[in-house]
Design a protein around this ligand. Structure first.
Ligand code: ZN
Length: 80
């Protein structure tokens, strides 16, 4: 189930609940490493930032949009 709240989206995936936000290219001013593919997200590339809905937000991770979409449809390591 998806809920929209002020540009943020609550998602439930195979690995639990996440809050996501779309980062436009203009706001991508740092290089990040995507946990989905272990490749860098270059400056200026629109992408997704995701974090747990609980805690202090210190677990934020930046993902390629395509990697995030793949992740939410199928866990990186399917159980069977
Ligand atoms: Zn990636």
């Amino acid at each position: 189930m998806l809920r929209i709240t002020g540009g943020q989206r609550r998602e439930t995936g195979p690995d639990g609940e996440w809050v996501t936000r779309r980062i436009p290219g203009a706001a991508a001013t740092k290089v990040y490493r995507c946990p989905g593919c272990a490749q860098e997200i270059p400056v200026g590339m629109p992408h997704i930032v995701a974090w747990r809905p609980y805690g202090d937000g210190g677990d934020r991770r930046h993902w390629h949009s395509s990697c995030w979409d793949r992740r939410s449809h199928r866990a990186p390591r399917p159980p069977r």
